[in-house]
Ligand binder design. Structure first.
Ligand code: A3P
Ligand code: MG
Ligand code: MG
Length: 377
């Protein structure tokens, strides 16, 4: 068993943020309306302002929901890498130490703030014993432990299901299937009655780095602001869409700021520059839409706290980045020359992360036959 100490994170991981590489997209893929994998951008959506006062409940009974109880492992991410490597004739993981989904990294980045007030229990449940690392050659593939994820998700009541629908409805109301310049009035106005489905998705795979640790991260991208840049090395104007309750009290503001850490980390990891938040009331009526620059969020929160005499902000972006850098470097050291399946778990007692081996060899379904066959060619 190897342990990584998380105590006194705020002072230990404070200071200027460690060297971060700007995430650079290496490839992308789509799931179509049947959730079938397509190695193209067919499911990419284009942002277009939603109408205000829209009812996010509209069409709730027609929701086409993807069954996410099936463990999809890293399958589509690995498949996209095989496609890319065949096309470009190069190895996509040179200089890469970890391959994972963005959701995993978001959880790691938010570890230092787990004990924070009311969020504590929920986040602890999320992080505890939920990651599997497959050590394979010189790379590590990190995925969620799906059994654990399912068991902690718990029962979703009617209210929870409805609120989850509001998020997808907002996505449908705020996007088009092609750039707004090409879209007809019918397509723009027809968004209200479009059937909401979460089966189709567009995912971007980026190469990025924390300190000396190189990462390949795949994650869903909700939409693009305009279109892809002509020069492929320029940043892509992707947008992340979110819904949140309108803020009217200081407590609500602080809760919103805590949520913003997840929004920020999620977008930061893929290099998504804009987060568009649809503020709704308790009945699911969309009240206003706010556009935030991802990069400016930590400073914005700090300034708001100082201006209102609220003391230090609930989280600090540099701490999250420095913590992640230190943790990944440590994990690389632990897993050097190791094989098999390892588990990462957060231990509340002692406030530390534990890493231990659960299988001496093999890939435990984390790596696909197709990927392994391609790599051994
Ligand atoms: P909101 O974030 O607006 O609530 P994402 O924001 O990551 O693109 O996810 C899109 C929507 O999926 C979310 O919109 C929410 O409605 C739903 N969603 C995501 N994770 C969820 C979870 N763990 N449980 C229920 N719904 C979830
Ligand atoms: Mg999304
Ligand atoms: Mg979203």
């Amino acid at each position: 068993m190897y342990t990584f100490d998380v105590t006194n994170y705020a002072t230990r991981f404070a200071g200027k943020s460690s060297a971060i590489k700007r995430p650079r997209e290496i490839t992308y893929f789509s799931y179509d309306e049947n959730h079938e994998l397509k190695h193209d951008e067919s499911s990419l959506r284009y942002y277009y302002t939603p109408e205000s006062n829209a009812d996010l409940n509209h069409g709730y009974n027609m929701f086409v929901k993807h069954d996410d109880s099936v463990d999809e492992h890293l399958d589509s991410l690995l498949d996209a890498l095989v496609e890319l490597e065949k096309k470009e004739g190069r190895c996509s993981t040179d200089g890469v130490h970890f391959v994972t989904w963005r959701g995993m990294m978001t959880k790691i980045m938010t570890v230092p703030y787990m004990e924070d007030g009311g969020q504590c229990k929920k986040l602890l449940r999320q992080i505890d014993s939920l990651k599997e690392v497959v050590a394979h050659a010189s790379y590590r593939y990190i995925e969620e432990n799906n059994l654990y994820k399912q068991s902690t998700r718990g029962f979703q009541d009617e209210k929870g299901a409805r609120m989850s629908f509001w998020g997808y409805k907002f996505e449908t109301l705020s996007t088009l299937s092609r750039p707004w310049g090409d879209a007809t009035r019918e397509e723009i106005e027809g968004r209200t009655n479009e059937i909401v489905s979460n089966k189709a998705q567009y995912c971007s795979i980026v190469q990025t780095g924390f300190g000396d640790s190189g990462l390949l991260i795949g994650g869903e991208v909700d939409a693009i602001w305009d279109c892809r840049p002509m020069n492929p090395s320029n940043p892509i104007n992707y947008v992340e869409l979110k819904t949140s309750r309108i803020v009217s009290t200081t407590n609500q503001q602080i809760n919103f700021e805590k949520k913003l850490q997840r929004f920020w980390a999620q977008s930061f990891l893929l290099g998504v520059p804009k987060i568009i938040i649809g503020f709704r009331d308790d009945h699911g009526i969309l009240k206003n839409v706010e556009i935030k620059e991802t990069q400016g969020i930590p400073v914005e929160i700090r300034k708001a706290h100082v201006a209102q005499g609220l003391g230090p902000p609930p989280w600090n972006g540099n701490v999250a980045i420095n913590f992640t850098t230190a943790f990944l470097e440590w994990l690389r050291g632990v897993l050097v020359n190791k094989e098999g399946l390892w588990r990462i778990r957060y231990q509340q007692r002692g406030d530390r992360i534990e890493v231990f081996q659960v299988q001496e060899s093999g890939y435990a379904g984390v790596l696909t036959d197709r990927f392994l066959a391609w790599r051994s060619e």
